[in-house]
Write a protein that binds this ligand. Structure first.
Ligand SMILES: Nc1ncnc2c1ncn2[C@@H]1O[C@H](COP(=O)(O)OP(=O)(O)O)[C@@H](O)[C@H]1O
Ligand SMILES: [Mg+2]
Length: 263
């Protein structure tokens, strides 16, 4: 499914030191990572290891203090709709309708009203919010807000979707539904997704590739392809999570992280 062509994102020896007086040193250190078009990269690591820091560098919110991060060969410099971001807590405007929120990016770019309406319909359908467009965001459940946030990002047709623990605040059942939704969107659209989680199951259930980060200061300690998301799409159920293979991979990752934490 994933074509190994030219890398879309190239992270080259990136470090970031917030430079605080706490003497904590860099949040991430010498991180190198190439992401290819169509990959679903799940980055997993313990809390505080620098996952969000890495995502913020890719989003262009902060600049690395060492190394470079580029997209399509161009150094990432500031924010851009080319890189859509979805956080754990939605950054929607609560008092606006879902439609207005989802169409916001396009209206900022002065796209014609009729086109915006069409695109909004399309992306609301994509995230199964067809009947909710006229509701205000505060009327939605947590899962629905995250679906609206995903539609708001996708409508700008970003080259990469950056997701920072987007389902972290949801209950188990809703989380499972959201995982199925994002997996199907990925399979259908061939989007490139960079997805952060501290949940080993989530990383293995979603990623076509799983990257494991060490404890603070964050470094990459493992990076491997994961077959499960494609299996789940093929089988149309996620029973593979109980398979020997899945449980063995899960155990290995958890052992790797706990060993790293003890060192
Ligand atoms: N704006 C900031 N200023 C100073 N230190 C920060 C800032 N943001 C994060 N940190 C520190 O950087 C480290 C990594 O944080 P973060 O990237 O949020 O980790 P994660 O997302 O993996 O939990 C932590 O030690 C955190 O306290
Ligand atoms: Mg974080």
């Amino acid at each position: 499914m994933v074509e190994k062509t030219k890398e879309l994102i190239s992270v080259d020896n990136v470090s970031l030191d917030y430079g605080g007086k706490d003497g904590n040193g860099p949040a991430i250190k010498d991180v190198s990572l190439d992401i290819y078009p169509g990959e679903f990269v799940c980055v997993m690591g313990p809390s505080g290891c620098g996952k969000s820091t890495l995502l913020k560098i890719l989003a262009g919110f902060i600049k690395p203090t060492g190394g470079t991060a580029s997209l399509d060969g161009n150094k990432i410099n500031g924010i851009d709709a080319q890189r859509g971001v979805v956080f754990q807590n939605s950054t929607l405007y609560e008092w606006y309708s879902v439609k207005k929120n989802v169409g916001f990016g396009l209206s900022m770019r002065h796209v014609a009203k009729a086109t915006i309406a069409e695109e909004v319909e399309k992306y609301l359908a994509e995230v199964k919010l067809d009947d909710w467009g006229d509701k205000k965001v505060f009327e939605l459940s947590g899962g629905m807000k995250q679906r609206a946030a995903i539609a708001s990002a996708l409508i700008n047709k970003p080259e990469i979707l950056l997701m920072d623990e987007p389902f972290g605040a949801l209950d188990a059942l809703t989380k499972n539904q959201m995982q199925n939704l994002i997996r199907r969107i990925w399979a259908k659209s061939h989007n490139t997704i960079f997805f952060i989680t501290h949940d080993v199951d989530e990383a293995l259930l979603l990623g076509s590739r799983v990257v494991v980060m060490s404890k603070h200061p964050g470094r990459i300690i493992a990076d491997f392809p994961a077959p499960f998301t494609t299996d789940i799409l093929r089988d149309n159920d996620d029973d593979i999570r109980y398979s020997k293979d899945f449980l063995a991979k899960r155990k290995k990752i958890l052992e790797m992280i706990s060993q790293d934490i003890l060192e």
